[in-house]
Design a protein around this ligand. Structure first.
Ligand SMILES: [Mg+2]
Ligand SMILES: [Zn+2]
Length: 222
């Protein structure tokens, strides 16, 4: 029986050209947020703790401005919309998996994806500052304290039934890449894949991703 293809696609720096969350922190983050970012990159602070801590110091009253900012600066990577059509035509399941937050991701993807295709963090802006809701936290098999745990989501799609494709650009995509049948990578994820010896296919636009799937798809279903 052939396996169904499911695509796990990152948002910042992948579906979106920009690092939208970084741009938001640059514009709205509290003083010292850069130190938190550095600690996350160095691995001395978890993404959940770091990102949650930064948002917890941003007033909820600024959320409308943040949404406006995100919509203004974000552009979808070349071929992204065509790729969504491609997935529909080929019967691939497309899931957006992002460590970002619903209040800025939903408006950018409005009309392109249904909510059940988007896995990101939730938010509660009813208090004085932004509280992140970790709706997709790590399962019992992940100890990385991801916040939005990509490997945990992938484990819901067993490899016996699904051909799992990860499309991403960053360090936070590495654990997902380790579980994938096929990794399509750009930027830092390329560096990381090389470091740990995971094979990958490079991409810059979603036309590249389609070409990879056309090429690799035939092998996967053999
Ligand atoms: Mg990314
Ligand atoms: Zn995790």
């Amino acid at each position: 029986m052939s396996r169904k293809t499911v695509i796990f696609c990152d948002f910042d720096g992948t579906a979106a050209e920009q690092e939208v969350i970084v741009s938001l922190f640059q514009a709205f983050g509290p003083p010292g947020w850069e130190a938190v970012r550095d600690a996350i990159i160095a691995g001395t602070m978890s993404v959940r703790e770091g990102v949650g801590g930064i948002f917890a110091r941003i007033p909820s009253s600024r959320v409308p401005e943040m949404i406006e900012h995100a919509r203004r600066i974000a552009t979808l990577r070349l071929g992204f919309m065509e790729f969504l059509d491609y997935c529909r035509v080929h019967g691939h399941r497309f899931l957006l998996t992002s460590g970002g937050v619903d209040f800025f991701i939903y408006p950018i993807l409005d009309g392109l994806l249904s909510r059940d295709q988007i896995y990101c963090n939730g938010s509660d802006c009813s208090g004085p500052t932004v509280r992140i809701l970790w709706s997709h936290a790590c399962d019992g098999q992940c100890r990385a304290d991801c916040g939005m745990c990509k490997p945990s989501i992938m484990r819901r799609f067993p490899p016996e039934q699904y051909h799992r494709v990860v499309v991403g650009d960053g360090v936070t995509d590495l654990q997902a890449a380790k579980l994938a049948d096929l990794v399509v990578a750009r930027d830092l994820l390329v560096v990381k894949c090389r470091e740990v010896g995971i094979s990958y296919q490079p991409f810059e636009t979603f036309y590249d991703v389609m070409a990879v799937l056309d090429r690799m798809g035939a092998e996967a279903y053999r």
